[in-house]
Design a protein around this ligand. Structure first.
Ligand code: UDP
Length: 384
């Protein structure tokens, strides 16, 4: 009855499903474990009348014009530039650390020397990694790098990943650079937008196609068995394509051991004030057990007087059996885990008809735009 099965209804699954349904005119069965669509982008309105992202803040930014062009078909978008402050030595300073952060934390004289030296050494560069600053041979620059590393990165990273910063992959730390100037936006991408009516509505539109049948509350990984190269679905041999966007260790019954993830305990709080904090997100690198507080009305642009809703993120180890921390949010990138992932991937590739797509299935710290890019390409490549 169906030409293709897509498993998981986040960006990877939803975009792939739409592409097969619309552009290849294929009948798609989309299976989702949870009771709702939109994966971790899912949001709904809380009793304060504010839209909250139930799985943590999702801010869309990209340099891939074609990805945004594709998504634009399914929603209006509004321009949204994300700003983050970090609490450092009792002050709220811009993160990524920039010239304003330097001016707030150092004397005027010292700040002037540092800024001048940064411009002399790094010339026209706009952003730079903290590692590069720390490894510079100039004493003043090196000292600044060590200061930022210590005040912004070491403790936040240890809290977020549950391991010392030395054990965290460099690519993770470099997601947040140091800005050589006064730009105080969190992202540097040319397109920074949010869906006007929210992500859930965006997903509803993506999935609204007569060739797509959605089944919620369906744990598809448990329906699939892979024996040698053969795929069985509900006990029967299955040779049509499957796009799988869930955790790959789960799909193969953890045969090579678990792929570790970091999870979060997300604690929402409501306050009878118009604003809890001065911007969308405040990071707490060195204090508190949570890493950051998000105040949602900044993300949605809603005007709600006298009420606000915030989210505190407490990092946890992922454990599917636990009461908290049972959602895998972040793959933990290191040599051992990637090796294990490659073993799973090789087994899946041997089947020839299961294709992995997305943050969980590919064990990659993808941003949303990169997942959409990937889903579009996979849908174009896979023959149905
Ligand atoms: N990070 C940090 N201090 C900060 C912000 C980020 O040390 O104030 C590090 C931390 O290791 C984090 C990584 O940079 O995991 C990536 O941060 P990002 O904000 O991209 O994380 P996400 O929004 O994906 O949770």
């Amino acid at each position: 009855m169906f030409d293709i099965i897509v498993i998981g209804c986040g960006f990877a699954g939803a975009v792939a499903a739409r592409k097969f349904a619309e552009e290849k005119n294929k009948k798609v069965l989309l299976l989702e474990k949870r009771s709702h669509i939109a994966g971790n982008m899912y949001e709904d309105m809380d009793i304060n009348g504010i839209y909250v992202h139930r799985y943590g803040p999702h801010i869309f930014h990209t340099n891939l014009d074609y990805v945004f062009e594709y998504l634009k078909r399914f929603s209006d978008w509004f321009s949204y530039e994300h700003r983050v402050l970090g609490r450092i030595d009792g002050q709220l300073v811009p993160i990524p650390f920039n010239f304003t952060s330097i001016e707030k934390l150092f004397s005027e004289e010292k700040a002037d020397i540092i800024k001048k030296r940064l411009i002399e050494i790094f010339l026209d560069r706009q952003v730079i990694s903290v590692m590069e600053i720390m490894n510079n041979s100039d004493e003043i620059i090196k000292e600044l790098g060590q200061y930022i590393f210590e005040k912004v990165f070491i403790n936040y990273t240890a809290k977020q990943w549950g391991i010392p910063i030395e054990q965290v992959d460099g690519s993770v730390i470099s997601r947040v650079p140091v800005v050589l100037g006064y730009d105080d936006r969190y992202f540097q991408d040319k397109i920074q937008v949010m869906p006007k009516y929210g992500y859930t509505k965006l997903f509803e539109k993506i999935l609204n196609h007569p060739n797509i049948t959605i089944k919620l509350n369906c744990n598809a990984a448990k329906k699939i068995k892979i024996i040698d190269k053969n795929v069985y679905f509900d006990g029967e041999i299955y040779r049509k394509p499957i796009i799988y966007t869930g955790a790959v260790d789960d799909l193969l019954n953890y045969k090579y051991g678990e792929l570790p993830y970091r999870s979060l305990d997300l604690v929402f709080e409501r306050y009878d004030v118009t604003n809890f904090q001065p911007c969308a997100v405040v990071n707490y690198p060195n204090e508190e057990d949570y890493t950051r507080i998000t105040e949602f009305k900044y993300l949605t642009g809603q005007v709600v007087n006298g009420k606000t809703t915030i989210l505190k993120e407490y990092p946890l180890h992922y454990n599917i059996m636990a009461e908290k921390g049972n959602i895998p949010y972040y793959p933990i990138i290191n040599e051992r885990n990637l090796k294990r992932y490659e073993m799973y991937k090789a087994d899946i590739e041997r089947t020839g008809n299961i294709f992995l797509c997305g943050r969980l299935a590919e064990y990659k710290y993808y941003n949303m735009d990169a997942v959409v890019d990937r889903a579009i390409k996979i849908a174009e490549e896979v023959d149905v």
